[in-house]
Design a binder for this molecule. Structure first.
Ligand code: ADP
Ligand code: MG
Length: 184
């Protein structure tokens, strides 16, 4: 995959497939040590020891729609290609936390990609999900929760077709402000 935003989408998809109704995404884009950290936590069904051991195996999947389970394997390969790593913490019934660390200065570090569209897609596809998003860039931060957005929208649902473009623009503007003219 070419973009970090697509790994985020993939991780959130894993959480939803694991039955999570609450997912927190944390993106630390300009950590002091030159790392980019992506962290996704969920309250899904979690994994036992055998599932944790198999999770990074490209041929392991509990889904029935296709046989390969490439998501975590690709994420780890991409992180390690930059001298980074992936941590997995998961307990049955207690949810899952995946943390991927990339070295931003490495030539193979993927670009951030289209985070605003990714977030809007997650919300439109999962209108009842409790999503919290926190994005740090240096000492600045942008964050929102889906309940905040729902409160602002009133009667209009997050998957209303008119909302998608608005959210995408809102997120794009917020990220532009966060980056403050700096091209990350
Ligand atoms: N957040 C999660 N909660 C519970 N199980 C997970 C989670 N993420 C991944 N898994 C388990 O790890 C397997 C491999 O995940 P992944 O590499 O993304 O492949 P896929 O999603 O295609 O199955 C999944 O099939 C699932 O059993
Ligand atoms: Mg997956």
């Amino acid at each position: 995959m070419e973009e970090l935003a697509l790994y985020i989408l993939d991780l959130v998809q894993n959480s939803i497939e694991a039955g999570a109704d609450r997912v927190c995404v944390f993106l630390d884009q300009c950590a002091a040590d030159g790392k980019i950290v992506i962290e996704v936590r969920d309250n899904g069904r979690g994994m036992d020891e055998a599932a944790r051991a198999a999770a990074f195996d490209p041929f392991y999947t509990t889904r029935t729609t296709r046989r390969l389970g490439l998501g975590l394997a690709l994420l780890r390969a991409a992180a390690e290609a930059t001298r980074g790593w992936v941590e997995l913490e998961s307990q049955v019934g207690a949810g899952t936390r995946v943390k991927a660390v990339f070295d931003a200065s490495h030539i193979d570090c993927p670009p951030l990609g289209d985070v605003p569209t990714t977030l809007a897609v997650i919300l439109a596809a999962n209108p009842d999900l409790e999503l919290c998003y926190r994005h740090r860039f240096g000492d600045r931060e942008f964050s929102f929760t889906s309940s905040e957005l729902r409160a602002r929208l009133g009667e209009v649902a997050l998957n209303d077709p008119t909302v998608f473009q608005c959210l995408r623009e809102l997120f794009a503007e917020s990220l532009d402000n966060l980056h403050g003219g700096v091209n990350p």
